[in-house]
Write a protein that binds this ligand. Structure first.
Ligand SMILES: N[C@@H](CCC(=O)N[C@@H](CS)C(=O)NCC(=O)O)C(=O)O
Length: 201
């Protein structure tokens, strides 16, 4: 199905935004990007499209959809139905959901928050907790990627896209990837996908 007109509200240094832009690039879907820094997100106009005041938000014609992982699911179902991005196999589908939950939980509050703390200042979370979450999720990722090339299935899925940016950029938050060789190989495999776009350093 051809897109009506896709718009992403986001920020270039947001890993949540990056996963959406990455998937749009991998699918070859053109879109308009609207920058939404804090003053924009706090405006009444923006809060009409996402009352939580968060980016990313996708607009597709009349549809307005917030939450990066929800947007990935929508794009897969709408523009890549039946593809491996969101597998039908019950176990693989469950594994994708597990990693989407980790992306919204341990990864968001671990390595992603540690990066925010290092780059932009106080996160309101103790550094020790962020690093503990990062170690926990990276250890689990390392064990999973020792068994197969991608997180949820033998081929890349939404799970890999949702987890990529904040793991690849974890060193910006003082989280070293040196102890995780399988994670580092996985990062290179994602970067080798056709039409991959990086998140700026
Ligand atoms: N669950 C949301 C989280 C998005 C999120 O935390 N976005 C950050 C930027 S990376 C944001 O908008 N923060 C502003 C705020 O929470 O007020 C998603 O996956 O889209």
């Amino acid at each position: 199905m051809a897109p009506s007109s896709l718009t992403v509200h986001g920020m270039a240094l947001s890993g949540h935004t990056h996963r959406v832009e990455l998937f749009l690039h991998l699918l070859g879907l053109p879109y308009r990007f609207i920058d939404a820094p804090a003053p924009v997100r706090e405006s009444a106009e923006f809060q009409r499209i996402n009352p939580l005041g968060q980016i990313p938000v996708l607009q597709d014609g009349e549809l307005v959809l917030a939450d990066s992982n929800a947007i990935l699911v929508y794009l897969a179902k709408r523009y890549a139905p039946g593809s491996g991005w969101l597998p039908d196999d019950p176990v693989e589908a469950a594994q994708v959901q597990r990693w989407l939950s980790l992306a919204a939980g341990e990864i968001a509050f671990g390595p992603a928050k540690a990066r925010v703390g290092a780059r932009w200042g106080d996160t309101g979370m103790p550094a020790e907790l962020m690093h503990k979450l990062a170690d926990k999720v990276l250890g689990f990722m390392e064990a999973s990627l020792a068994r197969q090339d991608f997180l949820a299935a033998p081929e890349p899925t939404l799970a890999d896209l949702a987890c990529y940016a904040y793991i690849a950029h974890a060193p910006e938050g003082g989280v070293s990837l040196a102890p995780y060789p399988h994670v580092r190989s996985w990062i290179r495999r994602i970067q080798a996908l056709p039409n991959f776009v990086p998140m700026p350093e």
